[in-house]
Design a protein around this ligand. Structure first.
Ligand code: TYD
Ligand code: MG
Length: 455
């Protein structure tokens, strides 16, 4: 007979404790402990089971394993396929996460529409009624014979449906609403989420069915539930973007079947999400003219160059310690660049508030944007706008020197494609850009001080 134990489990990291605690000693979050009932089987039982289940086929030389052909089901939504690494793989479990209302359910329902019409799909929803799904499907123009809806939260019923109906794809919206009634803890608790996911992974792997799980995020933007959830699934995709803006970005933070560098860009329209094939154009639309403190750069998002607009605003501080705000730029990098601005460019900013922002909710994690951040700061300090057709690309070192960036040709080509004529790059990269095009001026600079020249 299995022993039943009561425990307190941290809903953030899964840390277990016999007593309730205000602050988790593992992840240092507050108020995350919830009571869970855990039934434990004795260790000897596990050992016995392991001994029975072991057989020769569980111990095979690598060279004898047949890898087979790699099968990918294309979702036919180009930006989603890009992030998935070319489509779904049979047996793959994907966790799709993001803020409420950002478009998770919309994207998955649209995926049902665009998938090959012969594929049989089970869409299990614990969030909405079948009627709500139907209304949304009408709005999105989803008209499919092979799409089946299960509205409910009983996970074992879903598993039973999967086993008897053998769909080609399963969508669970959301994993936090699903429950296994034998477990006494409530929906959304660590135990429920973990066990439900475990059951679904088991079905996915044994029946080779891809499964999409929708995951909620907590108030910090992390996936709600135990961290272990992210380790269990094959791919984790985050939906980013500002709810009040119309565009959305999906990004894989983990992918066992593809790269994690690619992003997918969508625009939310009246009839659902539309893939944006040329994100640069969209991100630069509405750029102000003749305003100081804005600068365009080009970053690589996976294999794709994307132009981004960086804005800076510097004002006299009314606070005892001036405000620093970096939206879309890594904080540490931003601090480093303000130090370079003071020490190497001779601007005193110690008593000034500095705000920087990357337009469109894009998050830059590339050092190739350094020079453009400095250019926008200097532009605002001097109150001199950059010419409208200037793009700035380059990394900056602590000595104020410019450093080479990778794939400079691709970046410059993207800038040229969008009409930029004067491109500022690190001096060593300028030599590689002899054939940038007619009427294109490439300016190589070796030190950040030379940025003053471009205004
Ligand atoms: P939804 O997919 O329900 O978000 P999630 O599942 O991530 O919580 O997205 C709902 C939002 O999207 C809602 O604010 C309305 C908007 N929307 C559109 O703008 N156009 C559409 O065609 C649809 C279906 C939704
Ligand atoms: Mg939803």
């Amino acid at each position: 007979m299995a022993k039943i134990k009561k425990l307190f489990v941290c809903s953030e990291c899964g840390y277990q404790s016999a007593k309730w605690m205000g602050k988790c000693p593992e992840c240092e979050k507050w108020n995350t402990f919830a009571e869970e009932v855990i039934s434990e089987a004795p260790a000897e039982k596990y050992k016995k089971e392991a001994a029975i289940s072991y057989d020769k086929s569980a111990f095979v030389p690598l060279k004898d394993i047949n890898s087979g052909e790699e099968i990918r089901y294309k979702t036919n939504i180009s930006e989603l396929d890009r992030v998935l690494g070319g489509g779904m793989v049979p047996g793959e479990v994907v966790l799709l996460s993001g803020d409420p209302g950002i478009g998770k359910s919309t994207l998955l329902l649209q995926m049902c529409k665009s998938l090959n019409k012969d594929l049989k799909i089970l869409y299990a929803t614990g969030e909405e009624s079948s009627r709500q799904i139907k209304l949304r499907a009408i709005r999105l123009g989803v008209d499919k014979d092979n799409l089946y809806i299960y509205a409910g939260t009983n996970l074992m019923s879903i598993v039973a449906i999967i086993e008897s109906q053998r769909p080609d794809l399963v969508i669970i919206d959301s994993i936090q609403t699903m429950t296994i009634s034998e477990l006494s803890s409530s929906a959304g608790s660590v135990t429920q989420i973990r066990e439900c996911t475990q059951q679904l992974i088991l079905s996915a792997k044994t029946l080779e069915i891809p499964i999409f799980l929708v995951g909620h995020v907590n108030k910090d933007g992390a996936i709600a539930g135990p961290k272990i959830l992210e380790h269990m699934v094959d791919a984790v995709i985050y939906f980013e973007g500002e709810r009040n803006l119309s565009y959305r970005i999906i990004r894989a933070v983990k992918n066992r079947y593809g790269s994690t560098n690619e992003i997918g860009v969508f625009e939310m329209l009246g009839d659902g999400l539309k893939a944006v094939e040329n994100p640069s154009e969209m991100l630069l639309s509405g750029r102000p003219e003749n305003v100081s403190g804005t600068c365009v750069t080009c970053v690589m998002e996976g294999s794709r160059p994307i132009l981004a607009e960086i804005q800076a605003l510097i004002s006299k501080s009314t606070y005892p310690s001036p405000k620093r705000s970096a939206n879309g730029i890594d904080y540490n990098r931003f601090y480093m660049l303000t130090a370079v601005l003071e020490k190497r460019c001779g601007f005193f900013v110690g008593n000034l508030d500095i705000y920087t922002n990357v337009v469109g909710g894009l998050k830059l994690d590339e050092t190739a944007a350094d020079l453009a951040v400095l250019a926008s700061l200097i532009s605002n300090l001097l109150d001199k706008p950059l010419r409208h057709d200037v793009a700035v690309i380059g990394e900056v070192g602590l000595a104020g020197e410019t450093r080479s960036v990778n794939r400079i040709n691709q970046r410059v080509n993207e800038a040229v494609r969008l009409g930029f004529k004067r491109i500022i790059v690190p001096k060593i990269d300028a030599a590689k850009l002899k054939n940038a095009g007619e009427n294109i001026e490439i300016i190589g600079i070796s030190n950040v001080n030379e940025l003053r020249r471009i205004f």
